[in-house]
Design a protein around this ligand. Structure first.
Ligand code: SF4
Ligand code: MG
Length: 338
């Protein structure tokens, strides 16, 4: 059947004083029900923008979106604001790096969790409060019946992150978008939060998009991975494929310093020589060519002149002019021995 979430030929452009920023440049991907898709890339690669577009949270005044986003058969691109508002917090929800973005300092944690539940289900005040307590208990807040009336500042950072997860999950969303949700936390709390998300996913079957620059997190929680560069998908595959035997030179760069498949949660993404391209004026051909150490392996000037297409077979593919044999031998001889 059709995938639960499908994104087709997504383009997101912002008008700025300096010109048009091509933040997402022809992106397509699917997410199956109950699966976790990691979206990996440097900042400015279009990861967050893509997901704001899915949620309908972009600013319509300066943003142009084309393409097709379908959630459970429902078309989201061009859907009325009210439709998207109804879906957000209910069928789809999000958690962020900074819980203070999601939680208001002016209301108690319990009220903030209860409110969307009332709004989307029509539950009574008492029922919604009970639900809030139940959610706080599920995310591991001790003595939730006494903490429900606390304000966010009375919670520790890790507890606030848990409360934000409780808020995101209070209406049993079918799609959860997590944008760097553990980046600000220390390693122990980070591991606890990741375990919590995995447990909750097992219980509820929620599909998750996990945006991160941390390959350790990817190894820990994701089923499939999409690697983004300059607003495009440059590689996609299962977590084993991408971490074990990536095909794209950019992914090689990301991986070059971590022990393969033994990554723990504290392995940060390695910076790659050079800087991410300007999206006002993206490089011609392959957007990675100014930083790529392998472009001379491709005959002619193809890397500079011709955009490599992404062809996906059985969920696996990469956008690079190197031949399959070249990718194999370069990886085996020059990348893996590290
Ligand atoms: Fe490098 Fe060329 Fe492949 Fe781009 S297409 S990643 S420049 S080898
Ligand atoms: Mg971001």
């Amino acid at each position: 059947g059709a995938p639960f979430l499908s994104v087709r030929d997504l383009y997101v452009r912002f008008a700025t004083e300096d010109g048009i920023v091509k933040a997402v440049d022809g992106l397509s991907f699917d997410l199956e029900r109950g699966k976790t898709l990691g979206i990996v890339g440097e900042s400015g690669s279009g990861k967050s923008v893509t997901n704001l577009a899915v949620l309908g949270l972009h600013n319509p005044r300066n943003t142009t979106i084309t393409g097709e986003i379908t959630l459970d058969g429902q078309e989201l691109t061009g859907a009325p604001k009210r439709t998207l508002e109804k879906l957000r917090g209910n069928k789809m929800a999000m958690i962020f790096q900074d819980s203070l973005t999601a939680l208001s300092p002016y209301y108690t944690v319990g009220r903030q969790i209860a409110e969307p539940f009332r709004k989307h289900t029509g539950a009574s005040k008492k029922e919604a409060r009970d639900r809030a307590i139940e959610m706080l208990r599920r995310v591991g807040i001790p003595q939730p019946q006494t903490r429900v009336d606390d304000y966010p500042h009375q919670f520790s950072g890790g507890m606030r992150q848990r409360a934000m997860i409780a808020l995101a999950l209070v209406c049993d969303p079918e799609l959860l978008i997590a944008d760097e949700p553990t980046t600000a936390l220390d390693v122990t709390v980070q591991a606890q939060i990741l375990d919590l998300l995995k447990d909750l996913q097992q219980e509820t079957g929620t599909s998750i998009i996990f945006i991160t620059h941390d390959l350790g997190v990817v190894a820990d929680v994701c089923d499939d991975v999409l690697v983004m560069y300059a607003g495009r998908c440059v590689e996609r595959g299962t977590v084993r494929e991408i971490l074990g035997k990536p095909h794209h030179p950019y992914a090689w760069g990301l991986l070059s310093s971590i022990p393969r498949l033994t990554a723990s949660v504290d392995v940060p993404l390695q910076p790659i020589k050079g800087s991410p391209p300007s999206l006002l004026n993206p490089p011609s051909g392959c957007p990675f060519h100014p930083r790529c150490a392998f472009r001379d392996e491709v005959p002619g000037n193809r890397c500079v002149e011709e955009r490599p297409l992404l062809t996906i077979e059985n969920g696996r593919g990469s956008a690079c002019h190197l031949t399959a044999e070249q990718k194999q031998s370069i990886f085996a001889e020059r990348i893996q021995p590290m």
